[in-house]
Every structure is written in structure tokens, then in C-alpha cells.
Design a protein around this ligand. Structure first.
Ligand SMILES: Cc1cc2nc3c(=O)[nH]c(=O)nc-3n(C[C@H](O)[C@H](O)[C@H](O)COP(=O)(O)O)c2cc1C
Length: 156
């Protein structure tokens, strides 16, 4: 299980999914995102400049399933998620994606994650942040787990 999270919503979902799958969990971090202003400026004006991610603790190729979680930033996955997917997707055996957002509607983040990684996910899910904050998302997590657990394997 790997995720990016700025304000903790995606991290909360990741924690729940990782617990249900007994999976290792790792946060995507990059050196350039020292504060939200720096992150937004990078996204707006330097999107194509490669970000330096913190070294990974867990290598995706060592797992049969990798779950990737992402918030929605300006209707897309934040740049660090894109960098992670571009760099590591070749090592995914099976992958599942989930997104979180402030708007109730999913805004193409899941499709963008599939496109950038070049992988067809075994399952996807979208979580609205108000549902996560109310801790009212456990059933949704259970449905997601049921879909990703369709075949055997350990999870990252
Ligand atoms: C820079 C920035 C841009 C965002 N853009 C969108 C957006 O376009 N659509 C949306 O629904 N939510 C947007 N959000 C809200 C987040 O996607 C949402 O609150 C998410 O659950 C936050 O996850 P996190 O707490 O793991 O960072 C944005 C948040 C930030 C910080």
C-alpha cells in the first residue's frame, strides 16, 4: 500500500485498507514539497520538472499486489503520485487504485492513474473526504478489499 496525503484524508483510508489487507504501508514524499504553497506553485508552474521522491522502503516488484492511494489536486493526481507511477509501475504485478476528493464526484484521477502507470487496475474506489472524516467509509473499504482480494497474494 502506497499513498500520497497532504492533509491526512488519503492516509486515513490507506491505514484502513492496509489493516484489512495486513499490508505494508508507505507514504510517497518528495523533497520539493516543503509546504502547501511550494507544492501548489510546483504543480502550477513546474509540473514537468521531475520531483525527487524520498527513497522507498518497500519495492513494488516484491509484492503480488500494490494498492496506490491519491488525493485529487486540480482534478488530477498530485505530481508526486504521477512521478511514483511513472517510475515504479513497471514493477507492479497487480495494482488497485483509490482516490479521495473534496467534490463528491470522482474527477478522472483513477483513469489518470491507470493511464500514467499503463496498468489495468484489478479494483478502483473513490472516497469523498466528508465520508472519511465522519469515519463512515468502512463498508466502502470492505467492498474494495473484496474486489482486490479476488486472487491470492501479499499486498504492498
Ligand atoms: C492543492 C489542492 C488542490 C485540490 N484540488 C481539488 C480538486 O480539484 N477537486 C477536489 O474534489 N478536491 C480537491 N482538493 C481537495 C483534496 O483532494 C481532498 O481534500 C483530499 O481528500 C485530500 O486528501 P489528503 O488529506 O490525503 O491530502 C484539493 C486539495 C489541494 C490541497
Amino acid at each position: 500500500m502506497v499513498y500520497f496525503s497532504w492533509s491526512g484524508v488519503t492516509a486515513r483510508v490507506a491505514e484502513e485498507i492496509a489493516r484489512a489487507l495486513s499490508a505494508d504501508r508507505e507514504e510517497i514524499k518528495c523533497y520539493e514539497y516543503k509546504n502547501l504553497l511550494a507544492a501548489v506553485l510546483q504543480m502550477m508552474f513546474a509540473r514537468n520538472k521531475e520531483l525527487r521522491l524520498f527513497p522507498l522502503q518497500y519495492q513494488p516488484e516484491n509484492y503480488d499486489l500494490v494498492v496506490v492511494g491519491s488525493p485529487t489536486w486540480a482534478g488530477r493526481p498530485p505530481p508526486p503520485v504521477m512521478v511514483y507511477l511513472r517510475r515504479y509501475a513497471a514493477g507492479f504485478k497487480r495494482v488497485a487504485f483509490f482516490s479521495t476528493s473534496a467534490s463528491p464526484a470522482e474527477q478522472n484521477v483513477l483513469a489518470e492513474m491507470a493511464r500514467v502507470s499503463g496498468k489495468e487496475p484489478v479494483a478502483v474506489a473513490h472516497f469523498h473526504r466528508s465520508v472519511v472524516r465522519l469515519r463512515d467509509f468502512v463498508r466502502q473499504v470492505q467492498e474494495f478489499i473484496a474486489r482486490v482480494s479476488g486472487s491470492p497474494g501479499s499486498a504492498a
